[in-house]
Design a protein. Structure first.
Length: 124
């Protein structure tokens, strides 16, 4: 007898971010992207779970957080450390990028990270 693998159907999970904090919305989205809300959860598969975060612009972000949170990246060149506050990130790239970066930091760093992040849709 061979073990049969049942392919789960695609599921959409919608999160309303109105008057909620960034961390709570991001942790709920990461939990859903990992597939832990599904009965078909397996650690070694990216399930066809689409997560939609709606009303991201209505999210509760205190001014101390937007001015105090600093995103850093390194270009690879000498003196290439670049810093950007959350406030600058929101004005340049939008609140969607902030939510995506936050959820991305909550997902394990392995081969399934990119396929899981493709299933995240953030709407302002």
């Amino acid at each position: 007898m061979a073990t049969r693998i049942i392919k789960p159907e695609a599921v959409t999970h919608t999160i309303d971010a109105t008057d909620r904090t960034l961390g709570r919305v991001a942790s709920e989205a990461a939990h859903a992207l990992l597939g832990k809300r599904s009965v078909h959860f397996t650690k070694n598969m990216a399930l066809p779970m689409t997560v939609i975060v709606e009303n991201a612009s209505k999210m509760h972000l205190p001014s101390t957080r937007t001015k105090g949170k600093i995103y850093t990246r390194y270009t690879g060149y000498p003196d290439g450390l670049r810093e950007m506050t959350m406030e600058e990130m929101i004005t340049k790239k939008g609140i969607e990028e902030v939510v995506k970066k936050t959820v991305d930091g909550m997902i394990p760093r392995n081969r399934l990270r990119a396929p899981r992040m493709k299933n995240l849709i953030v709407k302002a």
